[in-house]
Design a protein around this ligand. Structure first.
Ligand SMILES: [Mn+2]
Length: 430
């Protein structure tokens, strides 16, 4: 099997010309006192190395050594506390032409920057690391009188790496599909286990346990488990409420598997049966989601995908008496935003809100085969909204699937999670 990381580095190297790229690993964040937050590698760094240790730096350059890694050295005493390290030899085994202990960065980096015309580096993201890169540039600039040249431009690496990450390879799609399978199982289990009297955190615990049971590293984001009025809070995260008969439960949760994220939302009745008002709102959101999925194909834009949902949702708001003015006027004046205040899609991949440009000089970019996006329309009627018909107050609905753009349309990757009223009522009854 070809090494996907090597293949990606080769693609970056091929477009670097005589430039070089410097990419540090994610920093370690302290949680409190001497306890660290769980470490997760920077997505770009992992995309190009498959290496998950902190205190590492990748350098790619036109001349040999073309691939250089700085890493934490082996250290039996530290390893007894914190686990094994790959060390310099391990870094070479990953495919680096040259590897150094991270303590040698200040001495080695200037040499590696020599004779490159441009430096791809994400300036301003990590001020501490900026200092180290700028110090290295200063050293190599001082060697000009020896006939060396140095990078006179610093270029945003997103222009290279994020363009690549936005089109998913078969290898990446395999990991995404596995993340979807695990997340689908978790959503199905949540539907089956939810009962009046459950606490939101019990369902959150169930989701997390199924993610881990299948080897997913972690949730791709903090799971949202919102019952009753909490379903109208877009990023509800306390998950501490006891749910009651007659309410809906909104679950927005997906796992991260092999560094790839699923992002799935379903809304279902706590007691297994939608009330007439819940069902009316639900059917509008489902129809909106179908319209957006139908609009997803190469050449369309995320604005088109969003507009398809806005049209159906706004028609529904007018029909159900949430809005008094005609739908065309509500869209024009954006009064629909009272009940649908977010966008319909974002990119999905290693990051749940994945990288990749949405616009090209202000113009929405056309979709391409291989891109993955979410489609997640919703309707949210606050409990204290005195203008809304009483039966809709305190109901929030969101339906979110993850969709791959294909050559002639799209494929819903998260299809295994029930979403019609009949299928949901069946899944919650089991
Ligand atoms: Mn999402």
């Amino acid at each position: 099997m070809t090494d996907p990381y090597r293949e990606r580095r080769e693609r970056v190297l091929a477009s670097l010309g005589d430039a070089c790229l410097v990419l540090p690993s994610a920093p370690v964040h302290i949680r409190n006192n001497d306890v660290e937050h769980e470490y997760r590698q920077d997505s770009d760094f992992y995309y190009l190395t498959g290496f998950d240790e902190p205190s590492s730096v990748l350098v790619l350059r036109a001349e040999a050594p073309r691939v250089v890694l700085f890493v934490r050295p082996r250290d039996p005493e530290r390893e007894t506390w914190d686990g094994l390290r790959a060390g310099v030899d391990g870094a070479k085994a990953l495919g680096a032409d040259e590897a150094f202990p991270i303590s040698e960065l200040a001495a080695e980096l200037p040499k590696l920057l020599e004779n490159s015309s441009r430096l791809y580096y994400r300036l301003g993201h990590d001020r501490g690391f900026d200092d180290r890169v700028l110090a290295a540039l200063d050293v190599v600039r001082g060697r000009a009188k020896l006939g060396k040249w140095w990078p006179v431009q610093i270029v945003e690496p997103a222009t290279l790496v994020h363009e690549m990450r936005s089109i998913k390879s078969e290898h990446e799609l395999g990991l995404l599909r596995r993340a979807m399978e695990i997340s689908a199982e978790a959503h199905l289990a949540a539907m089956a286990k939810t009962r009046p009297g459950c606490y939101e955190y019990e369902i959150e615990a169930l989701l997390r346990s199924i993610f881990r049971k299948h080897g997913a590293e972690r949730p791709a984001y903090e799971p949202i488990v919102g019952s009753g009025p909490n379903a109208t809070i877009l990023h509800h995260r306390k998950n501490d409420r006891r749910m009651n008969e007659g309410e809906v439960l909104l679950i927005d949760a997906g796992c991260e598997y092999g560094y790839y994220a699923a992002d799935i939302t379903r809304t279902f009745p706590v007691s297994g049966r939608f009330s007439p008002a819940q069902r009316e709102l639900y059917e509008v959101v489902l129809e909106a989601q179908r319209a957006s999925i139908a609009a997803t194909c190469p050449g369309a834009t995320l604005d088109d995908v969003h507009a398809a949902s806005v049209r159906v949702l706004t028609d529904g708001m007018v029909r159900l008496g949430l809005l008094a003015e005609p739908a065309s006027e509500a869209i024009e004046k954006q009064t629909y935003k009272r009940y649908y205040m977010h966008r319909t899609s974002h990119w999905l991949g290693m990051d749940v809100h994945d990288v990749g440009p949405y616009f090209d000089r202000g113009k929405a970019r056309p979709l391409c085969a291989g891109q993955v996006l979410t489609i997640e329309p919703g309707l949210y009627v606050r409990a204290d909204d005195g203008d809304a018909p009483a039966q809709f107050r305190g109901i929030g609905i969101r339906i979110e699937d993850d969709v791959l753009v294909t050559a002639d349309g799209c494929e819903v990757l998260s299809e295994a999670v029930p979403k019609t009223v009949a299928d949901i009522e069946r899944a919650t009854a089991s």
